[in-house]
Design a protein around this ligand. Structure first.
Ligand code: HEM
Length: 458
């Protein structure tokens, strides 16, 4: 495929962006903008101001100030539980699991699940990631000199990983059906979630969620059967997340998870873990194609460390540039680009009055491109992460922070570095003129239409 238009050098161009709002939106304008792209609700001034407030049906505040974010996520965390919106969207799929639970229900599940994601356990799961990297390269080997949708490829790879580390034995678990049910649920739910963001009460009918719900019910039934079968057959020789979570108990109370609790948490890991990691990888590959010099440097690093083999857990620390590319992809395209909380008590944020019941939005996308916090904020510059101490902890929040920080962050980073370095060592990726991905935030920040790149053997 050729294109006569000259492609400007990367230093004079910027990678794709979401156009932020430039005029105030009323309730219907917000509804329409939010349906197309949740980030359309974020005004452009959010990348220049510490806080932006408004009323769209409900009072809301968007917070981009690192000290205020620290206050919300760490110091006054009990005053800022996850918003009603988050719960309305996710509870039908994943119950009152770790992601949505609050208070004591959350605490005991977090205590029980934390050791499952210890450095040792995550490193022990790396062979599954290495195998997925091998299978992804075998698929791409069949397409040299051709265009491929890397987003689809990365979703396939990360779903294999999460399915293998949750229900490793298969145990009659129909993975393709689970994948379809989750995709359908997210797709259908996203269409109406905007009603929730604007604060419509739960009794307003959201019909598509009911339809998607039936596929989720079947998934839950399959997961329950798989868990019961595992209980009777015993743990695998190399324990997977189900074995680890089944063996876990709250050290303070001795409470262990029931089948329903195990199922909701495993489905949470599948929902929260695979698409987010696939997005990180696809945006990282897009950025490498966008900047061939960075790609060449990362390839040299990967080839020098890996030779012909795929990456393992031990290699991760020896691939610093790959890691920086992953961080820069998470900064420019954070999969969880928009978090929200509900204020439980009166407070002041950046000098502004916050009332009980106000929605407090953490627009991570705007934070990561804030003019006062980053130099050249829209540019792809992995070198900005060369000295991690130079980055303000609360200016970079792809995994959140405080007690509710992503439990799977190390898992995701390890997986992303293993797969990205293996692919960069073996392939060259180039953009296809006129087919740049379009970032659109529905539940996560996705490339609309996929990430299409030309692939050649390295
Ligand atoms: C690049 C990939 C990922 C990104 C960007 C990401 C992002 C996030 C963010 C921002 C939060 C906090 C949400 C909030 O405070 O409202 C979160 C929580 C969570 N994530 Fe991830 N995540 C990723 C991968 C994973 C993986 C691989 C797993 C599991 C295998 C996982 C499981 C969870 C769970 C269970 C929570 C809830 C923790 C709690 O509330 O205690 N995530 N994630």
């Amino acid at each position: 495929m050729t294109d006569p238009r000259p492609v400007p050098a990367p230093e004079t161009r910027l990678p794709v962006r979401v156009p932020l709002g430039t005029k105030p939106l009323g309730i219907w304008g917000s509804l329409q903008a939010g349906r197309r792209n949740v980030l359309g609700l974020v005004p452009e001034i959010a990348v220049r101001q510490p806080i932006v407030s408004g009323t769209t049906g409900k009072r809301w505040h968007m917070v981009m100030d690192p000290a205020a974010l620290r206050h919300i996520l760490r110091d006054a965390v009990d005053n800022y539980p996850k918003s009603v919106v988050t719960k309305l969207i996710l509870e039908p799929a994943i119950g009152d699991s770790l992601f949505v639970a609050e208070g004591r229900e959350w605490l005991w599940q977090r205590r029980t699940a934390a050791p499952v994601f210890s450095h040792r356990n995550v490193a022990a799961l790396a062979p599954v990631m290495t195998a997925a990297a091998e299978r992804a390269s075998a698929r791409l080997m069949q397409a040299p000199g051709r265009a491929a949708n890397l987003f689809d490829e990365m979703v396939a790879a990360t779903f294999e990983v999460i399915a293998d580390v949750t229900f490793s034995g298969g145990e009659g678990f129909d993975r393709a059906a689970v994948h379809r049910a989750i995709e359908q649920y997210i797709g259908q739910t996203a269409k109406v979630s905007i009603l929730d963001i604007l604060g419509a009460p739960p009794w307003v009918p959201r019909p598509s969620r009911l339809i998607a719900g039936s596929a989720m019910r079947e998934t839950k039934r399959m997961a329950d059967l798989a868990i019961d079968r595992r209980r009777s057959e015993g743990a695998k020789p190399v324990p997977d997340l189900l074995d680890l979570l089944m063996a876990g108990e709250d050290r303070q109370t001795g409470r262990k998870m029931t089948t329903a609790e195990l199922r909701d948490n495993l489905l949470t890991f599948i929902v929260a873990g695979h698409e987010t990691t696939a997005l990180t990888l696809s945006w990282a590959l897009y950025l490498c194609a966008f900047d061939p010099a960075v790609q060449a440097e990362a390839r040299a690093e990967a080839q020098q460390v890996l030779g012909d083999r795929a990456a393992t857990a031990e290699d991760v620390a020896r691939l610093p540039l790959t890691r920086r590319i992953v961080d820069e992809a998470l900064r420019l395209y954070p999969p969880a680009a928009f978090l929200s909380r509900t204020a439980m008590a009166e407070d002041r944020l950046c000098g502004r009055e916050v009332r009980r019941g106000d929605t407090v939005i953490l627009p991570i996308y705007a934070l990561h491109r804030h003019r006062l916090l980053w130099s050249d904020p829209d540019a792809f510059l992995p070198s900005r992460f060369a000295d991690p101490k130079s980055v303000d902890r609360f200016a970079f929040l792809p995994f959140g922070d405080g007690p509710r920080i992503c439990i799977g962050a190390n898992f995701a980073i390890q997986e992303a570095v293993i797969i990205l370095s293996t692919l960069l060592a073996r392939f060259r990726f180039a953009p296809i003129p006129g087919r740049d991905p379009k970032p659109v935030m529905i539940l996560t920040l996705r490339p609309e239409g996929g990430v299409w790149l030309m692939i050649d053997r390295a």
